[in-house]
Design a binder for this molecule. Structure first.
Ligand code: URA
Length: 280
């Protein structure tokens, strides 16, 4: 049970004080009966509250989480083939959240989930060129000319990909471990880019998206985003994300405190290399 003026405030009708005035003026009804006195309590689940004849309901709390998606889960709310979905991994969250964008069934890593439709739109809209970084384990070795091709763009599904940052991390039993950052979200884009240069992706993991970093979040686990991470995301498309904010959300508070403006930092080496050594 909750006081009527608090309920109205939770619905975004007015402040608690403002809601008291609205009640006094006879504009509010509970279950069809006009209420003008203070102190009335209502049952949020079952009572129908109207203001000027229009039903009001509390705004749902906005929730932002990142999940470290394991392979073997579909990135949908339900699946007609009855496969496991990412929703199975976040069933302890009360609010009706959903995945922001998609990772393939076999892809692991950072998946944002929320019930904030505005933010979902900003992150998934191609005009915002959201940066996404993946670590791929691919077959074969990768030479400098292959890196340059991936960096400059390869043709997939008849359209050239936009420039990518490519870093060889090292050799693996399967072939090569490589980090790639893209700014588009085309279907199976990373797998197709490697296919275009003659390599098969054996394992794929998203490690960063929109300035957020997966970090040490265990596979299959989720965490809520911090306030500074959410604030940074909300600035997408406004041109207002500062590099300090990016440092804070990508590497934590400590890094943000050590942040130096770009002009005081030593010049960055190019982030791609064909010699198996990470240029970072
Ligand atoms: N690129 C892919 O090929 N697969 C993903 O899941 C994400 C990006």
């Amino acid at each position: 049970m909750v006081r009527l003026q608090k309920y109205l405030a939770d619905c975004g009708v007015a402040s608690r004080r403002g809601s008291e005035e609205i009640i006094k003026s006879g504009r509010v009804a509970v279950g069809g009966e006009t209420v003008t006195e203070m102190g009335v309590k209502i049952d949020e689940e079952s009572d129908v509250v109207t203001v000027d004849g229009v039903r009001v309901r509390p705004r749902s709390k906005l929730v932002y989480i990142m999940l470290n998606k394991p392979a073997g889960f579909v990135t949908t709310v339900s699946d007609d083939k009855e496969r496991d979905t990412v929703m199975d991994l976040v069933s302890d969250i009360q609010e009706r959240i959903y995945p922001v964008g998609r990772l393939d069934y076999d892809t692991e890593g950072l998946l944002l989930m929320t019930n904030d439709g505005d933010l979902t739109y900003k992150i998934t809209h191609p005009k915002n060129n959201i940066e996404k970084t993946y670590v791929a384990e691919v077959t074969g070795s990768i030479d400098m000319s292959t890196i340059t091709r991936l960096h400059r763009g390869v043709v997939i599904d008849g359209v050239r990909t936009s420039p990518a940052e490519v870093t060889v991390i090292g050799a693996t039993q399967l072939g090569t471990k490589i980090e790639i950052t893209i700014h588009e979200g085309r279907n199976r884009q990373v797998r197709k880019m490697f296919e275009a240069v003659g390599c098969i992706v054996k394992r794929l993991k998203r490690t960063r998206e929109a300035g957020l970093t997966l970090g040490h979040l265990p596979l299959g686990k989720w965490r809520r985003l911090s306030e500074s991470e959410v604030n940074m995301l909300k600035k997408i498309g406004t041109g207002k994300v500062s590099s300090k904010e990016k440092s804070r959300s990508m590497y934590g508070e400590k890094a943000a405190k050590q942040h130096r403006p770009a002009e005081r930092r030593p010049k960055k080496k190019p982030r791609y290399s064909g010699n198996g050594i990470k240029n970072k």
